[in-house]
Design a protein around this ligand. Structure first.
Ligand code: NAD
Ligand code: UD1
Length: 341
């Protein structure tokens, strides 16, 4: 088994990274976090300890700083890396493309240099369904589909990162696994760990929970004239702990090809309006919302074909969208009571 194998988790104080750190501890790994906290806070490390009862080594620093990154590799003997660290706000990437290309690609290039120097060949990379582009909207997306034209510089950074990893894997022992997430939502079931957006949330569920908690006046549903049953966009929302678990499975997955790609979703689409109604139903809290214009770059419907991850990773989603909503709501209240920000 994999007891005490050290895994570097870049972006480990972020939303998906922190839940993956918990899942790694639960499976006997020793995760080591590296994060510059540009979109998270160091206090998340304490929350991880509260849940797992374990102390986690944490390096506060920037992956664009080569010397810093190398110094972390010198202190450990990593079995593999899970690379979450990136900027992820689609609209911001359109406004500041260089900022996104620099952060997301320079970080990866520096990391790849260290993987080569320290002979680490396992990397699990956070990709996104955005790499399928808008061409394939309205049908289940599977990994055989060609990557399309992403609709933002953020999306292009994921597309380029995958290509970079594929090229390097073809010439070295590097064996990357790309996990293409659909819409991770929710929080740890304890309610002690969750998504912590700095500033107004871009993503829909944290906006909903902050509105219900009174931090925001109302949710604006972006568009009601999409080609979907109720006119609002459809997405494939998946519980963040199910996403976390797939990372742990990917670490021990052995494959003959030079790289592997898996979609992470549930296979089921839910509209924004349905999400709002589910929130009201499971929490019993009415939500203030109004309809507004479409958000630039959004597409009608995106949902996954997840048969490949189920078959090869022996992975299944264990939690429902209702669980995700309840856990996110628990976390919203906990973090306000405990002044975690
Ligand atoms: P997040 O912002 O919560 O986490 C990312 C973490 O990376 C943050 O803690 C941030 O401080 C850190 N970081 C960013 N740049 C860094 C740098 N140069 N050096 C060190 N740390 C740095 O985001 P998340 O939702 O947890 O997403 C994790 C990954 O998954 C990202 O790569 C994102 O693009 C990808 N992804 C997320 C979603 C989603 O809906 N959340 C969907 C698809 C893909
Ligand atoms: C997007 C990106 C994804 C990226 C993720 C992380 C695409 C296709 N997807 O997901 O690659 O990794 O963000 O940030 O670019 N909505 C509202 N009101 C709000 C917020 C959102 O109605 O206040 C709607 C959106 O219009 C969308 C749905 O909720 O239809 C989900 O939005 P969001 O949570 O931002 O995720 P995506 O845009 O699907």
């Amino acid at each position: 088994m994999s007891e005490s194998k050290e895994i570097l988790v870049t972006g480990g104080t972020g939303f998906i990274g922190s839940h993956t750190v918990v899942a790694l501890f639960e499976q006997g790994y020793t995760p080591v976090i590296l994060d510059n906290c540009s979109n998270s806070t160091p206090s998340i490390v304490k929350q991880i300890s509260l849940i797992t009862g374990k102390e986690c080594t944490f390096y506060l620093g920037d992956m664009r700083d080569k010397a810093f990154l190398k110094s972390v590799f010198e202190k450990h003997s990593f079995e593999g890396v899970i690379h979450f660290a990136a900027f992820k706000a689609v609209a911001e990437s359109v406004e500041k493309p260089l900022y996104y290309y620099d952060n997301n690609l320079t970080s990866l290039i520096n990391l790849l240099g260290c993987l080569e120097e320290f002979q680490v060949n396992k990397i699990v990379f956070s990709s996104s369904c955005t790499v399928y582009g808008v061409e394939n909207s309205l049908k289940p997306l599977n990994e055989e589909m060609p990557v399309g034209k992403p609709n933002s510089p953020y999306g292009w950074t994921k597309w380029m990162a995958e290509q970079m990893l594929i090229d390097i894997a073809g010439k070295t022992d590097l064996r990357p696994v790309f996990l293409r997430y659909f819409n991770p939502i929710g929080a740890h079931v304890s309610g002690k760990l969750g998504e912590l957006p700095l500033g107004p949330p871009n993503n829909v569920l944290p906006y909903i929970t902050q509105t219900a908690a009174g931090l925001r006046k109302e949710l604006t549903i972006f568009g009601k004239d999409y080609d979907t049953p109720d006119g609002t966009c459809v997405r494939d929302y998946i519980h963040v702990m199910d996403v976390a678990k797939a990372h742990v499975k990917s670490l021990s997955y052995s494959f003959d090809s030079t790289f592997e790609v898996f979609n992470l979703g549930t296979g089921k689409g839910t509209s924004v309006l349905e999400l709002v109604q589910l929130f009201e139903k499971v929490t019993g809290k009415p939500l203030n919302y109004q309809f507004g214009p479409r958000r630039s770059g959004d597409v009608d419907a995106l949902f996954a074909d997840v048969s490949k991850a189920k078959k090869f990773l022996n992975w299944n989603t264990e939690r429902t969208i209702e669980d995700a909503i309840l856990d996110a709501w628990k976390w919203e209240q906990y973090r306000l009571e405990n002044e975690i920000s």
